[in-house]
Ligand binder design. Structure first.
Ligand code: ZN
Length: 147
């Protein structure tokens, strides 16, 4: 049998999709939900015996590397015409939390980015099977292992 577990975190952030022809071009915010699904065998010893992975360990990875970096931030593509303005504002305001990324911050690209982050921080034989980013309560994008 194969086992997999999921963990979800949530954070609030702003973004815009500059190439979009409609409302997504305007700076706006979402409560993002990020769900990681990890596949593996049951551990045979230690405090995680008969678990794929301690939920708390997966939460720590997602919380420190995703939530803490992105929560209450504005995510901006470095090719966006807004970037230079936001960069200057960030440099003169210590509270500014602007997260530059080298991709269009769509749900799909954020899912791919978060997939790489979580995947590279798993240990042993654990595999990140999928990672889903929910941008609204009814809209999500999923990246699966191997893609
Ligand atoms: Zn959006």
């Amino acid at each position: 049998v194969k086992y997999s577990i999921t963990k979800e975190i949530q954070f609030d952030a702003g973004h815009r999709v500059p190439l979009h022809e409609s409302k997504c071009k305007n700076p706006h915010g979402h409560r993002y939900r990020v769900v990681a699904e990890v596949e593996g065998e049951l551990q045979a010893e230690g405090s995680s015996t008969d678990m794929v992975l301690d939920f708390g360990d997966l939460k720590t990875i997602m919380q420190t590397l995703i939530h803490d970096k992105y929560d209450h931030s504005f995510i901006v593509w470095t090719g966006d015409s807004l970037w230079s303005t936001l960069q200057a504002w960030k440099e003169s305001n210590s509270f500014a939390k602007i997260v530059p990324v080298d991709f269009h911050p769509t749900a799909e690209q954020l899912a791919n980015h978060f997939f790489q982050i979580v995947s590279s921080n798993l240990f042993g034989d654990l595999k990140l099977k999928s990672l889903t980013v929910w941008e609204t309560p009814t809209s999500s994008a999923t990246v699966e292992e191997g893609n």
